[in-house]
Design a protein around this ligand. Structure first.
Ligand code: SAM
Length: 301
């Protein structure tokens, strides 16, 4: 059984915010599209929605937040999930060093670590964290690699403030055996801090030995001098939306068809397993590409 939306897009992944709490204060944070989150989902609700999704063809789950490592029961959640799922996490990395091996033992396959800069001053300006926090992130990356949570992806949101550091981050990722993800800033509040990702991507194109396009969001991967760089450019990108395979779950237990919309949420509430499956179908039926290709408009109703 599979989940397919009215635009013919298969849903194969869940992106679940397990908390809205965070220990960092990133200046650009989109809070995964949550505006005023209510009570955090229980462990049981998280496990049930993943299992219900798995019954409907979900193959991968990414845990996010807030900062997902603020939840001390994440390992308990992972331990209860079906073994065939691909399980990943996106984290700011500050709490990772002490948890990497327990997360791996509980079934986590890989993770993304947010790392916008290697410069402590810029790190502090962007995240509010200290040099000590940045050192902890570095330690976290090494612990994750030692625990086999690979490939590690480093998430760099490209800002005016850090765009000159892209080459340094590419080199760092290569040394760490990680993949660098360059992410376009989603500037919801019009803070105007976005960097020039278009030109950076043009430069990558020129320098790459090989370019591969992933199915998911039609993201492009650039291979250069032994480094791997993926570019995530969602804004005004109809290809991104047309190839989106994800359904989101908010920290307070709502199915969320799109990061950029809050008018089509489906509340899980006290639904049991079978009801949760119906709700997943309902949320899938409410999916609509935010940036819509004109060739798909006939389906827009
Ligand atoms: N705290 C965790 C972390 O740092 O990965 C998980 C939550 S954070 C919202 C998830 C990812 O979203 C991070 O990699 C972050 O850089 C990215 N992100 C947050 N706000 C963004 C924005 N306005 N535009 C693009 N990416 C953003």
């Amino acid at each position: 059984m599979t989940l397919v939306d009215p635009f013919g897009r298969k849903v194969t992944g869940l992106r679940i915010a397990i908390t809205s709490r965070c220990n960092m204060r990133c200046i650009y944070c989109h809070h995964e599209g949550e505006t005023s989150p209510g009570e955090e989902m229980s462990k049981e609700t998280v496990v049930q929605v993943v299992k219900a999704g798995a019954d409907l063809g979900i193959k991968s789950v990414k845990f996010t937040g807030g900062e997902p490592l603020m939840r001390s029961d994440l390992e308990d959640i992972l331990n209860e999930l079906p073994g065939h799922l691909s399980l990943s996490l996106t984290t700011n990395g500050t709490l990772l060093a002490g948890r990497a091996s327990s997360l791996a033992e509980a079934g986590l396959d890989r993770l993304n670590v947010s790392l916008d800069t290697l410069n402590p001053r810029i790190y502090s300006e962007i995240t509010g964290g200290t040099k000590k926090d940045l050192d902890r992130v570095m330690e976290g990356i090494r612990s994750a690699r030692d625990a086999g949570l690979t490939p590690i992806k480093l998430n760099m949101v490209v800002l005016r403030e850090n765009q000159d550091e892209v080459d340094e981050l590419i080199e760092f990722a290569k040394e760490e055996g990680a993949i660098l993800q360059l992410i376009e800033l989603l500037d919801l509040e019009g803070i105007g801090l976005g960097g020039d990702l278009l030109n950076i991507e043009k430069d990558l194109e020129r320098r790459s030995d090989r370019i591969v396009t992933r199915h998911m969001h039609r993201r492009r991967k650039y291979f250069l001098d032994g480094a791997e760089v993926e570019v995530v450019r969602p804004i005004d990108n109809t290809e991104f939306c047309a190839n989106c395979t994800r359904l989101r779950v908010t920290s307070d237990g709502k199915l969320k068809p799109c990061l950029l919309r809050n008018d089509n949420l489906v509340e899980i509430g006290s639904a049991d397993f079978e009801e949760t499956k119906l709700l997943l179908r309902e949320a899938t039926a409410r999916r609509k590409p935010y940036f819509l290709k004109s060739s798909l408009l006939k389906n827009d109703g």
